[in-house]
Every structure is written in structure tokens, then in C-alpha cells.
Design a protein around this ligand. Structure first.
Ligand code: NAD
Length: 498
């Protein structure tokens, strides 16, 4: 296999090219936007956002529906671009874009229900007040995206932020800038509005967006970059959503449907060539079914090939191959065995499915994000041990459980933002479920009602309906009023045994 350099190359001071990771061909040339351009874009979007906000929930719903229609009509065109720029098979690109459209539809049609002003109870002490909450757009959201799911991932922020009434400036990954531009161009075409714009470039452009004065940054990418974004945003107290890396585990109990668990483990580990933040990187299997599970996994994994036109595409980012290689080599050096696949050949762009067993829990292949089509399989004596080990990394994004009896019981004990029981990564495709992590996987949520609220701030209003019986918030407050208050509080909360 020959080595092809597919890192985006700077072709002049002001442009760079995106390359097809399968063959190194140029897919497109894009501007490297500097801080001044980023700021001008944010200012332009801020202006447009006023008009966007004035459209109201209904107007925005219609506009987003029009965009959704255009994307759906041109799904094949988008999937082809995704295949060329990211390297993923056409079918995988279709699936990714389809799920993104579904989220766009949900965000557009549910924003009003989730965010509009609603009454809440004022409580007994403030019974003279009418209490309402409404969720207002923040203004302009800076969305910084990765390359692995170049449509689905940023759309989790873009669609929800727009539906909530914000403007959006999107900085796609330098590996997939054409896809970002395609999204903005179709939005303009469908909506005729500049409230969603794209800036392109490397990390510096992302850094410029972070400090451009946007009202929130929605970052998806590696944990290391997430920390840099958060540190830079701290200077202006700009809030951030950090959707970072993962090291997701699957747990297989003794009563699980093994054939289904194997199928999901393999797809969860190797789909998108393993470049999935919530992909399965570790599997913990009950002792009683470990041998059967492993035997079936090996048989299934040997049939999946990473090759041009195969079920797995190339590794999108050349530097990632080195990380995958290091994890496999380290696992083997420390007593692990590759029962499928093995060390990655020098210069490889495609990495074959690799199943590792007997890997020590403190090794890189268990503790660090591999982001390749590799999976460790570990025998456990019971589900307590499985849960302890699954929870044993600093990451906590998604998780999977295969079990008939105790699926929910096991899920409840997992430290993770999401869990799929008897399927894999299904939570990401359910628009009503929030998506995001804890610990080193980040914080904040995209998708669902939480994902809409993420791009708003709550405005609480207390409207006095009549003067209170006991006047408390005034210098007119009397001793009698204070005594009455004490009486009420004791009556309400001080009864019963101490
Ligand atoms: P990355 O961190 O290298 O880059 C992400 C984005 O940040 C890119 O657009 C990049 O140009 C930009 N960037 C780089 N330096 C920056 C800086 N200093 N300031 C602002 N922006 C900067 O990540 P990647 O390799 O593109 O993506 C892969 C990672 O993304 C994996 O770790 C994966 O787990 C994670 N990911 C997480 C989720 C999630 O929802 N949790 C989803 C997809 C991917």
C-alpha cells in the first residue's frame, strides 16, 4: 500500500484544498478566512439574525422545512460529496445525511413547543404573582465541527440553534470544508437568508470564531481542542458546548442475544472505519458467553474489508493512522492478541477491522480514544465487574448493553450521556433524546428539548397580579408581617418530628 498525503494542503496564503482521502485527489479549494473576515461574517449574521428572530417560530419552521426539502431532494449529491471529501462509503453518507434531515425536521417543528413562554407555579409565598418562563435566542452561535460526521454532527448544533432563533456561523473541519459550504449554499438557496454562513480554514479560523464575540460556541471535536476552545472562550465569558471524544463500552450479559450483540459490536466498532465519537471501542462479555461471542465476532469481522468500494472507507485523517497503530502495537506488546487484523502496515490509508483480546485495562487501547476500526473484547465474571470496567476511563459519552433481563438495571449504573440497550448508537437517531457526554467527553447537549434550550437563555418573568397579603419585599414590611411569615413557614415546613 502506498502512502498518500491527504492532509489539507495550503496552496497559497489565502486558500487551501480538501483532498479525497482514498486517492489524494483534490476535491475543492477554499479560502483560509482570517480573524477580520470571521468578525465581519459574525457581524453580518448578527444583523440577519434580527430578521430571522422576527420571523417567529412559525416563520422559522417554514424556512427550515424549505431547507430540509432541498437537502432531501439533493441527498445523493450531498452523499457523493461526503464520500469524496470524507472517504466514507456512499451508503454510510446517505444514512448520515438522512438522520441529519430528521433532526432538522424535529428541531424546526418542536422549537415553539419547547421554547415558547409558559406559566409555572409561583409557589405559596408568591401566590399573588403570575410566573412565566420563555427561552430566548442567544444571538449568534459559532459552530466548530469535526470531519468524521461532517453533516450529522454540526447539524445537531446548526439546526437546533437556528430553530431557536439564533444566527449561525459554521467553521467546518479543514478536512471537510466543501460539505460545510454545501450546507450554507443550500440554506441560502432554500431560505434566501444570510442567517447561516460558513467560514473555512484551519484551527486558527476556529480560534478566531471562538473569540469573535459570538454569543456561544458549539464545539465538536477532540478533547484536547475542546479544552483550548474553552480556555479561549473564558476570556470573554462566552459559554461553550463541548462535544468531545469518547471511549464507549458495550456490555454483553449471559442472557443476551449473542448474534445481535456481535452484529452491533462489529458495526459499532467498525462503521465509518471506526471514526465515530460514540463508536464501540471496548466490549465486556460475561464469562458464560464470552467464547461464543468472540468466535462469532471473529467470523463476522473477517468478512468486513476496508478497501476502495468496500464496507469500510479509508482513515480520513492521515495522522490518525499513527494513533491506531500505536494502540494496536501497545496492546500486543503488553500481552494482548489480535484475533482479527493486527499491526497496521506502514503507509496504510485503510485500516482493517481489528479485534484485540487479553488487553490490560490500563493500556492505551482501553484508556484512550482510538478512532479506528478496532475493538477490545474482555471477559468478565459478572455484570458488576463489567460496569466497573466500562466506567473506568475518563471519557463518558455513549454506551451499549446487550441483555434480556437486566438491560435497564445495567444501563442505570453506567456513567455515560447515552445508553443503547439491545441496539447500537440508536440514541443518536432519536431526535427527542439529548446527545452529549460527561467528564472528558465534554458537556452540554445537542438534540431534543435540551438541545434547543442549549442555544437559548431562560427569561423568567414574575408579574404581580394583586398586592400580597403579607408584604415582604418592601420597607413597609411590618413586624406583624414577619411574624406571619414565620408562622406560614413553620406551618408549611416545620411540622412533624425533628
Ligand atoms: P479536532 O479537535 O482536531 O478539530 C475539530 C475542529 O476544531 C476543526 O474544525 C478544527 O479546525 C477546529 N480547531 C482546531 N484547533 C482549534 C482552536 N484552537 N480553536 C478553535 N477551533 C479549533 O477534531 P477532529 O479530528 O476534527 O474530530 C474528531 C474528534 O471529534 C474525535 O475526538 C471525536 O470523538 C470527536 N467527536 C465528538 C462528537 C461528539 O458529539 N461528542 C462527535 C463527532 C466527533
Amino acid at each position: 500500500m502506498t502512502s498518500i498525503e491527504t492532509a489539507p494542503a495550503e496552496t497559497s496564503a489565502a486558500t487551501f484544498t480538501s483532498l479525497n482521502p482514498a486517492n489524494g485527489e483534490v476535491v475543492g479549494t477554499h479560502p483560509i478566512h482570517d480573524a477580520a473576515h470571521v468578525q465581519a461574517t459574525v457581524a453580518s449574521v448578527r444583523k440577519e439574525a434580527e430578521r430571522w428572530r422576527a420571523l417567529g417560530f412559525d416563520g422559522r419552521k417554514k424556512a427550515l422545512a424549505a431547507w430540509r426539502k432541498v437537502i432531501a431532494h439533493r441527498l445523493d449529491e450531498l452523499a457523493s460529496l461526503m464520500s469524496r471529501e470524507n472517504g466514507k462509503p456512499h451508503g454510510d453518507a446517505l444514512l448520515e445525511a438522512s438522520l441529519a434531515i430528521d433532526h432538522l425536521a424535529w428541531a424546526g417543528s418542536h422549537a415553539e413547543k419547547v421554547l415558547k413562554r409558559r406559566m409555572v407555579s409561583p409557589g405559596l409565598l408568591m401566590v399573588n404573582q403570575a410566573a412565566t418562563i420563555e427561552y430566548r435566542p442567544l444571538g449568534v452561535i459559532g459552530v466548530i465541527g469535526p470531519w468524521n460526521y461532517p453533516v450529522f454532527t454540526p447539524m445537531g448544533s446548526i439546526a437546533y440553534a437556528l430553530a431557536a432563533g439564533n444566527g449561525v456561523v459554521f467553521k467546518p473541519s479543514e478536512f471537510t470544508p466543501g460539505i460545510g459550504e454545501w450546507l450554507a449554499a443550500t440554506f441560502k438557496e432554500a431560505v434566501g437568508h444570510g442567517v447561516f454562513q460558513v467560514v473555512t480554514g484551519y484551527g486558527e479560523t476556529g480560534a478566531a470564531l471562538t473569540t469573535s464575540g459570538v454569543d456561544k460556541v458549539a464545539f465538536t471535536g477532540s478533547t484536547a481542542t475542546g479544552k483550548r476552545v474553552m480556555a479561549a472562550a473564558a476570556a470573554t465569558l462566552t459559554p461553550v458546548v463541548i462535544e468531545a471524544g469518547g471511549k464507549d463500552a458495550m456490555i454483553v450479559d449471559a442472557d443476551a442475544d449473542i448474534a445481535e450483540a456481535v452484529d452491533s459490536a462489529l458495526w459499532g466498532a467498525c462503521g465509518n472505519a471506526g471514526q465515530t465519537c460514540a463508536g464501540v471501542e471496548r466490549v465486556y462479555v460475561h464469562d458464560r458467553v464470552y467464547d461464543t461471542f468472540l468466535e462469532q465476532l471473529v467470523t463476522a469481522a473477517e468478512k468486513v474489508k476496508a478497501e476502495p468500494g468496500g464496507q469500510l472507507g479509508p482513515i480520513t485523517m492521515p495522522s490518525q493512522v499513527e494513533i491506531i497503530r500505536r494502540h494496536i502495537d501497545d496492546a500486543i506488546a503488553r500481552g494482548g492478541r489480535a484475533v482479527v487484523g493486527g499491526p497496521v502496515p506502514e503507509g496504510a490509508r485503510y485500516v482493517q477491522p481489528t479485534v484485540l483480546v487479553d488487553v490490560p485495562e490500563d493500556s492505551a487501547a482501553i484508556q484512550e480514544e482510538t478512532f479506528g476500526p478496532t475493538v477490545t473484547v474482555t471477559r468478565v465474571k459478572n455484570m458488576d465487574e463489567a460496569i466497573r470496567l466500562a466506567n473506568g476511563t475518563p471519557f463518558a459519552l455513549g454506551s451499549t448493553v446487550f441483555a434480556k433481563d437486566k438491560g435497564m438495571e445495567i444501563a442505570e449504573q453506567l456513567r455515560a450521556g447515552m445508553t443503547a440497550i439491545n441496539s447500537v448508537i440508536s440514541f443518536a437517531g432519536i431526535p427527542t433524546l439529548p446527545f452529549g457526554g460527561v467528564g472528558q467527553s465534554g458537556f452540554g447537549r445537542i438534540h431534543g428539548a435540551d438541545g434547543l434550550r442549549e442555544f437559548t437563555y431562560p427569561h423568567a418573568i414574575a408579574r404581580q397580579r394583586f398586592r400580597p397579603a403579607i408584604e415582604l419585599t418592601s420597607f413597609r414590611r411590618t413586624d406583624k408581617a414577619e411574624q406571619q411569615l414565620v408562622k406560614v413557614i413553620k406551618g408549611l415546613y416545620g411540622r412533624g418530628k425533628k
